[in-house]
Design a protein around this ligand. Structure first.
Ligand code: DHB
Ligand code: FE
Length: 282
């Protein structure tokens, strides 16, 4: 049977993609950010997941404001990364795991989650930058697992609630654990932490709120489900709503997790960057 070995999180700021392309790892602006990744890469190299469920938010490449699924799951053989205007190189195709995708979609629809299934899906920086951070050279890293993209709407209101995101993760967990193949799955939540890119509060960052989220996501994720969407925008910024994907990831890990590593760095571009590794204990 399939096993979920842990969860990883990272911000997905496009500037990171450019810093990787320019190999700015030792640059003083970037160093303490990139230093947050080797311990997680070591854990991945040791534990060798077969599949990564990459939970991100599409920002207008795969979907646009005319059609915006609340939750979409990729069910393709591969996912193309494309030029989305940030100047980051398009990296080609990321191989998928369509059999597991359909198993998850069937399980979650039976569990009464209304899923948009995507047999073709271009993936943007929200998906691609985290793959590059955890598997350098991706998609040409032989240790990179097969990937299944799951996109949540954090772009156009009404957004799903944090409670719905957490319950989505719980249903995703049930679906993965019922897959009959002996595979190891890691769940990746991308985006956040606090940031606002436009309007009067452009540049808004809330360290205290981010720190609280990083603590409670380990010890008491249920408490975070009680934060309303309005409060989330107030406290985390308009784009800080990307924390929804962290909650989806957390729901998939089960009740207890062991926090093995974390890093918090402000700012990268306009965003507070948070990185975590949570190992499943059951
Ligand atoms: C930035 C952050 C994001 O999450 C994003 O999707 C695009 C840009 C930024 O801080 O520049
Ligand atoms: Fe984003």
């Amino acid at each position: 049977m399939a096993k979920i070995i842990g969860g990883i999180t990272t911000s997905h700021i496009p500037a990171i993609g450019n810093a990787i392309a320019n190999e700015s790892f030792e640059d003083p602006y970037w160093k303490s950010f990139f230093d947050g990744y080797p311990p997680i890469r070591e854990w991945l190299a040791k534990n060798k997941p077969d599949v990564v469920i990459n939970i991100y938010n599409d920002h207008g490449l795969g979907f646009f404001l005319d059609k915006m699924p609340t939750f979409a799951i990729g069910a393709a053989l591969e996912y193309q990364s494309e030029d989305e205007g940030w100047g980051i190189p398009a990296l080609g195709a990321f191989p998928g795991a369509p059999e597991l995708s359909w198993h998850i979609i069937e399980g979650m629809v039976a569990d009464e989650f209304d899923i948009t299934s995507c047999q073709e899906l271009a993936v943007d920086h929200g998906f691609v930058v985290p793959m590059q951070l955890f598997w350098p050279g991706a998609p040409n890293n032989p240790d990179m697992p097969l990937a299944i993209p799951i996109s949540a709407n954090t772009v156009q209101h009404p957004l799903p609630t944090l409670n719905r995101a957490y319950n989505f993760g719980k249903s995703l967990r049930k679906a993965i654990l019922s897959y009959p193949e002996d595979i190891k799955v890691v769940v990746l939540g991308t985006g956040g932490l606090s940031h606002q890119l436009d309007g009067e509060r452009a540049g808004f960052i809330n360290k205290e709120f981010d720190r609280m989220c990083m603590e409670k996501i380990v010890t008491d994720p249920e408490a975070l489900t009680r934060i309303s969407r309005r409060e989330l925008v107030e406290k985390a910024g308009a784009q800080g709503t990307e924390f929804l994907m962290w909650m989806m990831m957390r729901g998939a890990l089960g009740a207890k997790v062991k926090p093995l590593h974390q890093n918090y760095h402000i700012p990268i571009s306009n965003t507070a960057a948070g990185t975590m590794l949570l190992e499943c204990t059951a």
